[in-house]
Design a protein. Structure first.
Length: 389
C-alpha cells in the first residue's frame, strides 16, 4: 500500500504546483502519495531547460543531488537512442523520460478523470503517470501501454513495488489496446503528428482523448483535448508542450546537403524582410512555431545558434527539395532571405506570420482539431473555420 511522501523538496514542489494552479486540489493526495522518485532509475539525466543540456546523475554516487533532481520541476531523460545507448554520458536522441511534474499534472487536469473511470495511459515510460491514474481510479480501471519492452518491464516493477497494479501492456500505443476498452479517457504522453483512428474507436461516446499534437515543422506540440462522438473527435488545444515523438510518426532527419548545393546560397533567389528576429523567433514553447507548422505544411524549420549577433533560420521542404534561409542580424532593420526550389518557403512562412498577426495573434486556446476517418482539420475559433493538415 502506498503512503504519503514527506520529503522537504517534494513538499516544496507540491506547494509550487498548487500555487501555479497546475496541481488541482483533487490530485493533491495522489501527488503526495505517488512519488516521482519511486519511478526513476538510479542513473538518469536531468534536462536543463535553459542550457538545453543533460547532466548524468547517479543515485549511488550522490543521493542528495539525485533526490534534488527528482523533486525539481524539470524533465529527466531516462533512456537514449531507443535503449541502444550504453555510455556514461548522454546519447544522441532522448527516447524516454520522466516529464516535468507541472506537465504531468496539467495533463491529468485536462483529462478530467474521476474515480471508477476506465483509462488507457498511452506511453508508460517510467510508470509514474500510470501510478497516479491507478491511485485515483483503481487498479482494475487503468491500462498502460508502452512500445519499449525494457521500459515497460522496469515500470511494472516500480508500480508493483509502490503497491499500484494497473494492467501493463507491451505494444504499439497508436493501435490502442481494445482488450480492455472501451475507455472513458485516453491519455497520450508522447507527441503525435496524427491522431490514430484506433484511439477514437476505443473511446466511449462522450469520452476524452488528451494528447500532445503538432506537425513536422518543429518539435513544438500543443495539448489537445478531444471529445469523441462516433468516429469523430474534436476539441480545443490547451497549452504548448514538447514531447518525445511517437516512434512510428517520427520525421526523418534532415540532411542539409541534400538541399543546399555545395556552393551554398549563392545561386538562390534573394530578398529582404522587415520581420524581426524578436517577432519571428518567439521561443520553443511560444504559439508561433505551432501556427507556422499548421499553416506552412510539408516544411521543417531549423533554428541555428546565434553567433556574433547573427542567427540563421532554415526551412526545408518535406515533399520536395525546396529550401530557404533568413538571416537575422542584431541592429539591422531588415533580414536577408535566400530561397530555392519549386516552393518559396520563406514567403509562405512570412504569409503565415502576417495571417496570425491579422487574427490578433491568437494563443493555443483559440485553435482546435477535428479528427475524422477522412483526416485531420485544424480550426480557428470554430470548427467551421478549418483547413486540412
Amino acid at each position: 500500500m502506498t503512503v504519503a511522501v514527506d520529503r522537504p523538496g517534494r513538499r516544496r514542489l507540491g506547494r509550487s504546483l498548487l500555487d501555479a494552479g497546475v496541481l488541482r486540489p483533487e490530485w493533491e493526495v495522489t501527488f503526495a502519495t505517488v512519488d516521482r522518485a519511486m519511478f526513476l532509475p538510479h542513473v538518469m539525466w536531468p534536462w536543463d531547460m535553459t542550457s538545453r543540456a543533460c547532466n548524468r546523475v547517479d543515485k549511488a554516487a550522490d543521493a542528495d543531488t539525485w533526490h534534488a533532481a527528482a523533486d525539481t520541476d524539470q524533465p529527466i531523460v531516462t533512456q537514449w537512442d531507443d535503449g541502444r545507448h550504453t555510455g556514461p554520458g548522454p546519447g544522441t536522441t532522448a527516447t524516454s523520460s520522466s516529464s516535468m511534474p507541472s506537465v504531468v499534472y496539467r495533463l491529468l487536469g485536462d483529462l478530467d478523470v474521476d474515480e471508477g473511470m476506465h483509462v488507457l495511459d498511452n506511453g508508460t515510460g517510467t510508470g509514474e503517470t500510470a501510478g497516479a491514474l491507478t491511485h485515483r481510479c483503481g487498479s482494475d480501471k487503468v491500462t498502460t501501454i508502452e512500445i519499449d519492452a525494457a521500459a515497460s518491464r522496469q515500470a511494472a516493477q516500480r508500480l508493483n513495488a509502490s503497491g499500484l497494479h494497473p494492467t501493463v501492456v507491451v505494444g504499439d500505443g497508436t493501435a490502442g489496446y481494445p482488450a480492455c476498452g472501451p475507455y472513458d479517457r485516453i491519455l497520450v504522453t508522447y507527441g503525435l503528428r496524427e491522431v490514430p483512428g484506433a484511439l477514437v474507436g476505443q473511446t466511449r461516446p462522450g469520452g476524452l482523448i488528451v494528447a500532445p499534437w503538432g506537425t513536422h515543422y518543429s518539435n513544438a506540440d500543443a495539448v489537445v483535448r478531444l471529445t469523441v462522438q462516433g468516429t469523430t473527435a474534436s476539441g480545443r488545444f490547451t497549452s504548448g508542450v514538447e514531447f518525445m515523438k511517437s516512434r512510428n510518426q517520427r520525421r526523418t532527419a534532415i540532411n542539409p546537403s541534400n538541399y543546399v548545393p555545395p556552393e551554398g546560397v549563392r545561386g538562390a533567389d534573394t530578398s529582404r524582410t522587415s520581420i524581426t528576429e524578436e517577432q519571428f523567433a518567439s521561443g520553443r514553447f511560444g504559439v508561433l512555431p505551432f501556427v507556422l507548422g499548421i499553416r506552412v505544411q510539408d516544411c521543417a524549420q531549423a533554428v541555428a545558434a546565434k553567433r556574433e549577433g547573427s542567427r540563421p533560420i532554415w526551412f526545408y521542404g518535406l515533399s520536395d527539395r525546396s529550401w530557404a534561409c533568413v538571416l537575422f542580424r542584431d541592429g539591422q532593420a531588415e533580414a536577408r532571405v535566400w530561397q530555392s526550389g519549386p516552393r518559396r518557403l520563406w514567403d509562405e512562412a512570412e504569409t503565415a506570420y502576417h495571417w496570425w498577426a491579422a487574427q490578433g495573434c491568437p494563443g493555443f486556446d483559440r485553435f482546435g482539431l477535428t479528427v475524422t476517418p477522412d483526416g485531420q482539420q485544424v480550426w480557428l475559433d470554430e470548427p467551421t473555420n478549418f483547413w486540412s493538415v
